[in-house]
Design a protein around this ligand. Structure first.
Ligand code: SPV
Ligand code: MG
Length: 432
């Protein structure tokens, strides 16, 4: 019997998949190359089911001879490994994203003396359309909460973007750009205390309470599905923090970051003239442990944020604190700095990461923004937070339009600066 290779995600089973298996069977034994989570994540959204769950389903479909992992987005490495007599694929790859992959597959099969079988794509039903439909239905708190840990496991670096409203959430949820190495999109959202309070015209000094923060977060939760990391400021007193943890979990938030400051909290990016006091190590450890004891799910993460470098202490102080916080149960470490050169952060990351390869390291490169994600990943970072950019972008845009209206005494001249009304209707369905 010939071996017929069939690569797939296998997350949502639809008639198109059954059809291609049937077609494959006519030519030989169908060997399914099941894409691993990390292979999928380079180009598409994370599958709903884990690899093991997907394998269990696919293995039990009539006509599937064997399932093997496909570790790369490209079929080529597996074709070279398993040397099938043929590969079967829907003819949809003649155009769009998969066209170059198709060329590569033809070249390899020619080299192997094999065949490429193309069958007409099943119209009207396909996995991408089903994913879109599922996204429109939404997600559950449990599913959203777990996604952050899954992503950390399979992606070398996560990109997290600040959100402060439903509208900014929609941008982070949907924006995708195609680059040579795959599809680029944001992996999740940062609920920032700075942008939340700024959007309300208030200072970032914990002047906005948790209840109000959560009301705004509800708008974001309603129109998005991606994981959320919550800026928990100092976390308040341990006695209060335990309730915060449970409230966040109940809402499907994946992680909270708390910072080791005490006294009146000021935003870390402002003013060297204000000396911020740091929390004694044992007290902050106790807060982390109390939070960990309080959480009810396994997947919720408490990330400890080090303010040593902001408060003028050396890297050694940050390292000492990081060790203690991890020992107290912190699931990740965020290190913050205002230093433009990035030297202090790099020194911290390299030393910390060498010892704790498995503890996610979070960076907020607002000031040292000359470094690319790849460079920061090479220092050992695994999560990058763009902490305030959408809010900061919106203010000059609004101010420009308001000034132009004052200038021209009408709005005609501002029309090209504004989102077309039609786009609003498309962005937010149900308004027509
Ligand atoms: C925030 O976004 O509110 C933060 C990060 O805490 S920073 O503003 O950089 O301190
Ligand atoms: Mg903050």
């Amino acid at each position: 019997m010939k071996t017929i290779y069939l690569g797939m995600r296998g997350d949502i089973i639809h008639p198109g998949i059954i059809n291609i298996i049937r077609e494959g069977e006519k030519h030989g034994n169908v060997l399914v190359g099941l894409l691993t989570d990390s292979a999928i994540a380079t180009h598409k959204r994370l599958p709903y089911l884990t690899y093991e769950q997907r394998r269990t389903v696919i293995e039990n479909i009539k006509g599937v001879f064997q399932v093997v992992p496909q570790e790369e987005w490209s079929y080529v490495p597996n074709l070279l490994k398993y040397k099938p007599e043929a590969i079967i694929h829907g003819d949809d790859w003649k155009s769009g994203l998969l066209r170059s992959e198709r060329d590569a597959v033809f070249a390899v099969m020619k080299e192997l003396g094999g065949e490429v079988i193309e069958i007409p794509y099943t119209q009207g039903v396909n996995a991408s359309a089903l994913y879109e439909a599922m996204r429109a239905i939404g997600t559950t708190p449990d599913l959203r909460l777990k996604t952050l840990r899954r992503l950390i496991e399979i992606k070398p670096i996560l990109r997290i973007m600040e959100v402060h409203s439903g509208l900014s959430g929609l941008i982070v949820e949907h924006l995708e750009i195609q680059k040579d190495d795959g599809l680029h999109s944001f992996d999740g959202m940062w609920s920032s205390s700075l942008t939340d309070s700024t959007s309300k015209g208030k200072p970032d000094i914990e002047a906005v309470d948790l209840t109000t923060r959560l009301q705004d977060l509800t708008n974001i939760l309603e129109c998005t599905t991606k994981p959320i990391i919550f800026d928990g400021d100092t976390g308040g007193k341990s006695e209060h923090f335990v309730f915060t943890v449970r409230t966040l979990e109940r809402n499907g938030i994946s992680a909270v970051i708390i910072e080791d400051k005490i006294g009146l909290k000021k935003n870390s990016l402002f003013g060297t003239e204000v000396t911020q006091e740091l929390c004694p190590i044992p007290d902050f450890c106790e807060k982390i442990s109390a939070g960990k004891r309080a959480q009810v799910t396994r997947d919720f993460m408490i990330i400890a944020r080090l303010e040593s470098l902001i408060a003028g202490f050396p890297v050694s102080d940050a390292l000492e604190r990081a060790h203690a916080y991890v020992a107290a149960g912190a699931d990740g470490i965020m290190i913050h700095s205002r230093e433009k050169s990035g030297k202090d952060i790099k020194a911290f990351c390299e030393t910390f990461h060498a010892e704790y390869t498995h503890i996610p390291l979070v960076l907020v490169p607002t000031t040292y923004n000359q470094f690319t994600e790849k460079e920061l990943a090479a220092w050992g970072a695994s999560i990058i937070i763009y902490a305030n950019h959408l809010l900061r972008a919106s203010y000059p845009a609004m101010k420009n339009v308001a000034s132009a209206i004052l200038e021209h005494e009408r709005s005609l001249e501002t029309e090209h600066l504004c989102m077309p009304l039609k786009e609003i209707l498309e962005l937010i369905p149900g308004g027509k």
